[in-house]
Design a protein around this ligand. Structure first.
Ligand SMILES: [Zn+2]
Length: 492
């Protein structure tokens, strides 16, 4: 151990143990207090909003791109997009020198893992990821930890301009855990599809899982209004698929590799594949598998960073293979246990991996090498294609009159973005979370002036630290925050 690390240990860990001994660790807030951390009603609602004078990248082929235009929002929906709109009573959002885009759609995120951000950044394979999440902390999650994880992830997503998540909640240990996860999404004010799934390790309420799904659906999703809908996270399991379909839930599955590809022909023959299947990853599928996915309309999302980071199958994300088979995949972050939670990084990872592979093929004499991917295609994958994967393209994913107002403003007056000589290049090639100035979800302003609205940031951090301390303590995990690898001294 070097001197710097020893100093850190003697400093914060020793201090932390002393504080713990004296009961001075982050206080556990009551559930009622947790619910007060974030209120989606924090922004103005019911009022007409006018986004004025922005460069509009609509991601709608009919609307196209508008160098300078206005967007009017009424009743939470985009009512008009035009070069100039008069709306005297509307609250005006100045969009001059801003680029206006649809909110990003993250088609696959394990929101419950919020507290485990960068717990295992050098993790090089899936088993090692599972060690640092499912086989350890996940087993000890209380409902309140599900709440905190989902709230933190969702607010972090909104802060980065992600307005829609498919919440792959594969730590749904009980009905109480599922309810708390839904509460976290609701209090954040994000648009989300909550997909409860079976935990990978430890005891859970397996016997009542199917009944609990029906109860949750009845309690929380029986009215079609609002930002939240429900799906079910399933493995390739005919019984689970039948249960989900009986409840009318889309089926979300982690799907990759040749072995899983080999399961598809039989499922196809039985008529069990369709547009209500959402497949994550899709790395290294067989040619047959891609043809079946195309023929049956299965929704595909690829994970530019995750597929590479954890070396899923070949480790090369399935973007090119999907495009080659006429499928338009969405992008997804997957989780934050090793890297950041934003779509800017996904678009950039996709850009360089696709171009690297395309160029290597061309350089090697392949006359069928694909063309280098462009900025528009990448922004489409992160917005409108993702909305289609989530089966929400009628509501979000583009700036279109009649759709819900899920809108992001990128401030090109920031030092890293001006002069903005090409709007698509500015957003896809250069922008970052810090340039996300305003975020509107379903007509409600959730971030403005670069700050989340209606969020008690100090209490959010306290709740997160308390949850993390509990999880660390309960599996006996000690960390100076500098470990190369995730190592647990004893099994939970
Ligand atoms: Zn995943």
């Amino acid at each position: 151990m070097d001197a710097k690390r020893r100093h850190f240990l003697t400093g914060s860990i020793a201090a932390a143990s002393t504080l713990a001994a004296h009961g001075l660790m982050a206080a556990e807030q009551s559930m009622q207090e947790l619910h007060q951390i974030s209120s989606p009603a924090g922004g103005p609602s019911g009022r007409r909003l006018l986004i004025q004078g922005g460069t509009i990248l609509s991601m709608d082929s009919q609307v196209g791109e508008i160098p300078r235009g206005d967007i009017l929002i009424e009743g939470g929906k985009i009512s008009r997009i035009d070069g100039h709109i008069e709306a005297r009573d509307a609250l005006v959002i100045d969009a001059r020198e801003r680029i206006v885009i649809p909110g990003f759609v993250d088609t696959h995120r394990h929101a419950w893992e919020g507290q485990l951000r960068r717990i295992n950044p050098n993790s090089a394979d899936l088993m090692n990821y599972i060690e640092g999440t499912h086989n350890s902390f996940a087993i000890k999650y209380r409902p309140r930890d599900m709440y905190v994880g989902n709230l933190l992830t969702s607010l972090g997503a909104i802060d980065a301009g992600i307005t829609t998540l498919i919440d792959n909640s594969h730590n749904s240990r009980s009905l109480k855990h599922a309810r708390a996860a839904v509460d976290g999404l609701a209090d954040a004010g994000i648009r989300a599809i909550h997909a409860p799934g079976a935990p990978l390790a430890g005891p859970w309420d397996k016997a009542s899982w199917y009944a609990d799904l029906a109860t949750l659906q009845n309690e929380r999703f029986s009215k079609p209004a609002g930002l939240l809908t429900m799906a079910m996270m399933v493995s390739v399991d005919r019984e689970q698929w039948a249960v989900g379909r009986k409840l009318g839930l889309p089926l979300v599955t982690e799907f990759f590799g040749k072995e899983m590809s080999a399961l598809l022909p039989a499922l196809h023959r039985e008529g069990l594949l369709g547009p209500d299947n959402i497949f994550n990853h899709c790395t290294d599928l067989s040619e047959d598998a891609w043809e079946i996915l195309k023929a049956t309309g299965v929704q595909v999302n690829v994970c530019p960073r995750s597929d590479t980071h954890w070396a899923l199958a070949s480790g090369m994300f399935g973007y090119q293979a999907a495009i080659d088979h006429g499928i338009r995949p969405g992008f997804s972050v997957d989780n934050e246990s090793a890297y950041s939670g934003d779509m800017f990084a996904e678009m950039r990872a996709a850009l360089y991996m696709q171009r690297g592979v395309a160029q290597a093929r061309k350089f090697g004499g392949d006359v069928n090498a694909p063309k280098p991917v462009g900025m528009r295609a990448l922004l489409e994958a992160a917005t409108i294609n993702g909305a289609a994967v989530a089966r929400l393209a009628h509501k979000t994913g583009s700036l279109t009159e009649g759709k819900d107002a899920d809108i992001v403003l990128i401030n090109t007056k920031d030092i890293n973005l001006y002069p903005s000589n090409n709007a698509l290049g500015t957003v896809v090639g250069a922008a970052e979370r810090g340039n996300v100035e305003t975020v509107i979800v379903g007509g409600r302003i959730r971030k403005h002036g670069g700050k989340l609205l209606g969020v008690d940031m100090e209490r959010l951090r306290t709740a997160t630290m308390e949850s993390r301390s509990y999880l660390f303590r309960s599996v006996g995990f000690e960390s100076d925050g500098l470990a190369e690898q995730f190592v647990l001294s004893r099994r939970p």
